[in-house]
Write a protein that binds this ligand. Structure first.
Ligand SMILES: *[C@@H]1O[C@H](CO)[C@@H](O)[C@H](O)[C@H]1NC(C)=O
Ligand SMILES: *[C@@H]1O[C@H](CO)[C@@H](O)[C@H](O)[C@H]1NC(C)=O
Ligand SMILES: *[C@@H]1O[C@H](CO)[C@@H](O)[C@H](O)[C@H]1NC(C)=O
Ligand SMILES: *[C@@H]1O[C@H](CO)[C@@H](O)[C@H](O)[C@H]1NC(C)=O
Ligand SMILES: *[C@@H]1O[C@H](CO)[C@@H](O)[C@H](O)[C@H]1NC(C)=O
Ligand SMILES: *[C@@H]1O[C@H](CO)[C@@H](O)[C@H](O)[C@H]1NC(C)=O
Ligand SMILES: *[C@@H]1O[C@H](CO)[C@@H](O)[C@H](O)[C@H]1NC(C)=O
Ligand SMILES: *[C@@H]1O[C@H](CO)[C@@H](O)[C@H](O)[C@H]1NC(C)=O
Ligand SMILES: *[C@@H]1O[C@H](CO)[C@@H](O)[C@H](O)[C@H]1NC(C)=O
Ligand SMILES: *[C@@H]1O[C@H](CO)[C@@H](O)[C@H](O)[C@H]1NC(C)=O
Ligand SMILES: *[C@@H]1O[C@H](CO)[C@@H](O)[C@H](O)[C@H]1NC(C)=O
Ligand SMILES: *[C@@H]1O[C@H](CO)[C@@H](O)[C@H](O)[C@H]1NC(C)=O
Length: 421
């Protein structure tokens, strides 16, 4: 029987297409090695192909070479896969492409360059496997514009259970280095992040990691240099443990901002940050919510969210030059940094402890606790801070400024009221 012409054309088309989607993967048994194209050519198709072929009971290997990523990648549904990175992945600088094509994070209208997910994934960078986000072009482009649309998070770990990453370096991230969205039993250890601007533009929004809908994440042995929060748990984060880490010139661990979606109930529960060195950090720990009044839309606007943040401990810190207050709560986050409505949030903050902190503070501010009149904070503790030296000695004792903090047994002693705009 004669083959219909349209079928021939169809088959030919498929063959041509598969030839044009060039990918270089060497497969031996259950190990897929991504071989770089070289000459600066895009390796994203090869990487996606490797994860498609070695997606179960397998390994995906990156050689000690440089790989170029010029396109968004989504690699999901992995099961019992080892990711072995011996080289460097460098992200492309075509900001027009990324702004138009970055994949949705599914929160805050943020977007991502690589969306990754699977169960029982073991990812190792051996202490030298590197992601280079080529972030300078983004720092210069944004130049202080907060949360620029389409500016991508380098990597999101999504829909994953039992995920371990060890020994990875992240330099010059485009935006936040990492997000974790909908995941549990995640261990990320031996992670070095360094995002530094070499121009007059700041590295704003280069958070280390933000978490959403996650339970049981451990971050251990992190070293973070960046222009924003090192670690920022957000909506529905529970049982987050941050240990044995060193943060440089960041906001350290910042709980939130949360309460950004009007009428939506969210929580942050059981966060412990311990044995941390913070050099030049803004705070030891900051808990922050949006106001109760919706102004604008996410990422840079919002407010009016419901819920709670509780059982948070920042302990065993060694600090130098804390610049904006050791223990800080604000319920005033607002659209494009507008001020006001600071007493309107009904987001409930309770049981927050800052304990056993030594080192130096560049002003006299131990506590700056601005809670909302609509939901005063309860069980706020600051203890074991005798080992802190405050450079500003004009005050008889370190300042703890409070607004709407309920005092109870053992709780913080306030010695100043705040003026709130
Ligand atoms: C996971 O995959 C490896 C091969 O990479 C295999 O040896 C091992 O048996 C698998 N584990 C399970 C639980 O299937
Ligand atoms: C990677 O290769 C470079 C040379 O191309 C070499 O200098 C370096 O030691 C290698 N790194 C590792 C960890 O093997
Ligand atoms: C999450 O992963 C599981 C297991 O791989 C899969 O069955 C499910 O479809 C994924 N869910 C979503 C929303 O992608
Ligand atoms: C950048 O990406 C855009 C959109 O994908 C494309 O039109 C343009 O040709 C690219 N520019 C370069 C220099 O590759
Ligand atoms: C995660 O690991 C635990 C403990 O090893 C195991 O019991 C569980 O089945 C794993 N979960 C998935 C989704 O594989
Ligand atoms: C939490 O995750 C770790 C892996 O980081 C795992 O070993 C542990 O069993 C998990 N805990 C619970 C209660 O599932
Ligand atoms: C960032 O903006 C400031 C103020 O407009 C300007 O002076 C500076 O040159 C800009 N920096 C870069 C790298 O574009
Ligand atoms: C938080 O920890 C407490 C014990 O300290 C536990 O009872 C509670 O279930 C935990 N919350 C979540 C969401 O796991
Ligand atoms: C307060 O939080 C700490 C640390 O998570 C926890 O151990 C303690 O049980 C909490 N207290 C109450 C009353 O829930
Ligand atoms: C927001 O206001 C604070 C305090 O006035 C200031 O330090 C910060 O630079 C402002 N941020 C932006 C994005 O304008
Ligand atoms: C602070 O240190 C003291 C003395 O070692 C200890 O009793 C206390 O439990 C610590 N506080 C916290 C919150 O870990
Ligand atoms: C010291 O603190 C006082 C009161 O907060 C303030 O007015 C003064 O500017 C501070 N001095 C320095 C050197 O920071």
């Amino acid at each position: 029987m004669a083959c219909p012409l349209y079928l021939l054309i169809l088959v030919l088309g498929v063959v041509l297409q598969s030839l044009s989607v060039h990918s270089r993967v060497e497969q031996k048994g259950r190990t897929c090695t991504v071989v770089p194209e070289g000459h600066g050519r895009d390796d994203s198709a090869s990487i996606i192909s490797a994860f498609a072929r070695c997606n179960k009971d397998a390994s995906v290997v990156f050689l000690n070479e440089t790989y170029h990523v010029e396109r968004v990648m989504s690699t999901h549904g992995l099961e019992n896969v080892t990711v072995d990175i011996k080289g460097t992945l460098v992200w492309g600088t075509n900001t027009t492409y990324w702004i138009n094509n970055s994949l949705p994070l599914g929160y805050q209208n943020q977007s991502v360059a690589w969306d990754f997910g699977g169960d029982n994934v073991f990812w190792t960078g051996h202490g030298y496997g590197t992601f280079d986000g080529n972030g300078q072009i983004w720092y210069d482009l944004a130049n202080g514009t907060s949360n620029m649309a389409g500016r991508p998070i380098n990597l999101v770990i999504r829909n994953s259970t039992n995920f371990t990453m060890q020994g990875m370096r992240f330099v010059q991230s485009q935006f936040w280095t990492m997000a974790v969205h909908t995941a549990q039993n995640v261990l990320l250890e031996g992670i070095t992040i360094r995002s530094v601007s070499n121009s007059s533009a700041p590295t704003q929004n280069t958070d280390g990691i933000d978490t959403f809908y996650t339970n049981n994440i451990t971050l251990r042995n992190w070293d973070v240099t960046g222009g924003d929060d090192a670690v920022a748990p957000k909506a529905n984060t529970s049982n987050l443990l941050v240990q044995d880490s060193h943060f440089h010139i960041t906001s350290g661990v910042a709980i939130g901002s949360i309460g950004q979606y009007p009428g939506v109930y969210e929580f942050i529960e059981n966060v412990t940050a311990e044995r941390i060195i913070c050099d030049g950090c803004h705070h030891v720990g900051h808990v922050k919510t949006w106001t109760g009044v919706e102004l604008g839309v996410p990422p840079n606007g919002g407010g009016g969210g419901l819920g709670f943040a509780r059982n948070v401990v920042f302990r065993d810190y060694t600090v130098t030059n804390i610049s904006q207050g050791v223990a800080v709560i604000t319920q005033c986050t607002s659209y494009n940094n507008l001020t006001g409505d600071c007493d309107t949030s009904t987001f409930q903050i309770s049981n927050i402890t800052w304990a056993n902190i030594t080192g130096t503070v560049s002003n006299a501010l131990l506590g700056s606790l601005q809670c909302s009149g609509a939901a005063p904070c309860t069980d706020i503790f600051i203890e074991g801070v005798e080992g802190l030296v405050f450079y500003n000695t004009t005050l008889p004792e370190p300042a703890v400024e409070c607004s709407n903090v309920m005092l109870g047994p053992g709780s913080v002693t306030c010695n100043g009221n705040m003026t709130i705009s």
